[in-house]
Design a binder for this molecule. Structure first.
Ligand code: SF4
Length: 360
């Protein structure tokens, strides 16, 4: 009987995994759902090389769900600092606390219970279900969609819900129910090391003879993806208002980016400004008046987020009279170093306070 393309794909992929897959990851083969969950949450939107140190730091500090659930928010945020996308950290804490209360600290064991946890979508639920419990759920991430789009020459747009659904359905139909952990690991590793986004290794690919994109010379056209709209530009002017050696710092609130992280007095504008015009602007002068000394004006710092580009500038000023600032704490540089800040503010703080310490 002739083999279907789906069967050929699965068999060749699993053979490649058995005989040729050399990809090493510290969490590979991990069966503990808690550790798999931590690694998956860290790796969302983060490169493996960057995520690795965070993963190790996290599982060392919080070896189990109960330790994580009991940890104070500020401490966990400080450990997360630099990874970005802080909603991941907030959701992770909320889910850990729910598991501690509702499931007595034991990670849930069904796909639907796992999917119901805060911050866990179908991809992470499938990864935990298959790797920890060998449940038959296929993972569908960028790697998987790329491999399947190419091998089966599927031109559905993977940036749309319909395209994702089509490829998720295909991945699920290809998954051998009793080998779900193997299949999921194999397809993700294959996408990361052979069928890569740029310059896939078609010349040595064991699937090439059956790959439709390769045979039709369509590899560079797949997967189909609508380009993302340009990022919104925002300009953040931060005042480091210093009074008697202490600087005003507050925690960000509301629904904007970086909720719960810290910052200095912020003046945001839709366009770039000079330091002088900024200091004379109404929001700034209403706070600091005219009696201040400018200590330092920084170079621009930039941070790219998925939909936004932030340009940050820092003006350190010294005032004789402490202004009344609601929601701010007055902190020494040492106290500031213990707070969690967005990444570009940390870069500035490293440059600025380190330089000052070196000069002292
Ligand atoms: S032949 Fe190229 S495009 Fe096709 S599966 Fe292999 S690496 Fe991917």
């Amino acid at each position: 009987m002739e083999m279907t393309p789906g069967r050929i794909f699965t068999e060749k992929l699993l053979r490649w995994h058995r005989e040729e897959n050399r990809r090493q990851m510290p969490w590979k083969g991990e069966k503990d759902p808690y550790r798999i969950w931590i690694s998956e949450v860290i790796l969302q939107q983060t490169r493996v090389e960057q995520g690795l140190a965070y993963y190790q730091r996290f599982v060392e500090a919080y070896p189990g769900i109960l330790q994580l659930a009991k940890a104070p928010d500020a401490e966990v945020f400080k450990k997360w600092e630099g990874l970005g996308y802080y909603s991941r950290c907030r959701n992770m804490l909320a889910a850990a606390r729910l598991i501690a209360e509702t499931y007595k600290g034991v990670f849930p064991k069904t796909y639907h219970e796992i999917l119901a946890l805060k911050g866990i979508g179908p991809y992470t639920a499938a990864a935990i279900s298959s790797f920890a419990y060998n449940l038959p759920y296929a993972v569908t991430d960028g790697n998987v969609m790329r491999v399947l789009s190419r091998f089966f020459a599927i031109h559905a747009d993977v940036s749309t819900g319909a395209g994702k659904k089509k490829l998720a359905g295909l991945a699920q139909s290809l998954l051998p129910p009793k080998k779900s952990a193997l299949f999921n690991q194999a397809i993700m590793d294959f996408g990361a090391t052979v069928c890569k986004p740029m310059a896939p290794a078609c010349g040595i690919c064991p699937l090439a003879s059956d790959c439709l994109a390769f045979r039709r010379q369509e590899v560079s056209k797949l997967p189909v993806k609508t380009p993302k709209p340009p990022r919104k530009k925002r300009f953040f002017y931060y005042l480091l208002i210093e009074h008697k050696g202490k600087i005003a710092v507050k925690q960000r609130e509301g629904n904007d980016i970086w909720r719960h992280l810290h910052e200095f007095f912020l003046f945001e504008t839709p366009k770039a400004q000079t330091a002088g015009s900024c200091l004379k602007s109404a929001p700034m002068s209403s706070v600091i008046g005219k009696d201040f000394t400018v200590v330092f004006a920084s170079k621009p710092y930039r941070q790219l987020l998925t939909h936004q580009e932030i340009s940050g500038f820092f003006l350190h000023i010294r005032v004789k009279k402490r202004p009344e600032l609601q929601g701010f704490e007055w902190l020494s540089p040492e106290q500031i170093s213990k707070k969690a800040f967005p990444r570009f503010i940390n870069f500035f703080l490293d440059d600025y306070f380190r330089k000052k310490a070196d000069q002292a």
